[in-house]
Ligand binder design. Structure first.
Ligand SMILES: [Zn+2]
Length: 235
């Protein structure tokens, strides 16, 4: 059985200038494209990956999934929030700065997925959609290993009361309160509840809150900032 690999970046070790310092991996946040390209090369090399074999998405807070078996090359990068592959050695990447990066792999079937789950993606069901796409390629939920990365926590993600109610109506586990007792949403908790219902038991959640960590990009804290990446691949 070949191994599954999961990795989440922090903001250090790249070449971007403020306010994207240092390892901004997002190409649509206003940073110098040359710096982003260098950062993607640095991150890939640190992980032992060929930067040309990393598949990125054009994320739009939806629930569409793309099945890929090679890099996009000259084709347009599709507007999806999950990518799934049955190709070993092909790395899938997801960009975040508070949203939940979700990495999934069934090492036996050789099927992997990366998904971007913010509040809209949680409600739209992007993670269940990614799992269904994996199952269609031969994965079994009981064998899927799931890792979620640094994201804004339920104590920090304050929302209007009506918004919390809308999210909790779809996913009760996401209901949260800030430390001040105001309405909040815990997207990571919601994602893990969705995975649990699908039969994905081997799960781990990063303890890092992006908004509270000086080592991570946070959109809610800084607005104009970089993007972290999560990578998954099978060898
Ligand atoms: Zn927090």
């Amino acid at each position: 059985m070949s191994g599954a690999h999961f990795a989440f970046t922090d903001r250090w070790g790249g070449v971007s200038a403020a306010p994207y310092e240092e390892l901004n991996l997002g190409g649509a946040v206003g940073d110098d494209p040359g710096a982003v390209r260098t950062n993607r090369e640095l991150a890939a090399k640190a992980l032992g990956l060929d930067p040309a074999r990393v598949v990125w998405m054009n994320q739009v807070h939806g629930a569409d999934v793309a099945v890929v078996d090679e890099p996009w090359g000259d084709r347009p990068v599709p507007e999806v929030d999950a990518v799934v592959t049955a190709r070993r050695g092909l790395a899938l990447a997801v960009l975040t700065a508070d949203c939940v990066p979700v990495l999934l792999a069934d090492p036996v079937a050789g099927v992997a997925a990366a998904a971007h789950a913010g509040r809209p993606g949680l409600v739209a069901g992007v993670v269940p959609a990614a799992v269904r796409a994996m199952v269609a390629l031969g994965a079994e939920p009981g064998r899927i290993v799931a890792r979620t990365g640094p994201a804004v926590c339920g104590w920090c993600y304050e929302v209007p009361e009506t918004m919390r109610a809308e999210v909790a109506a779809v996913e009760p586990a996401a209901y949260a309160e800030t430390r001040r007792g105001t309405p909040a949403v815990d997207v990571s908790a919601g994602v893990h509840a969705q995975l649990d219902r699908l039969g994905v038991r081997d799960r781990a959640r990063s303890p890092v809150c992006t908004l509270e960590s000086e080592d991570h990009f946070s959109y809610r804290r800084d607005r104009t900032t970089g993007r972290l990446a999560g990578y998954v691949w099978l060898d």
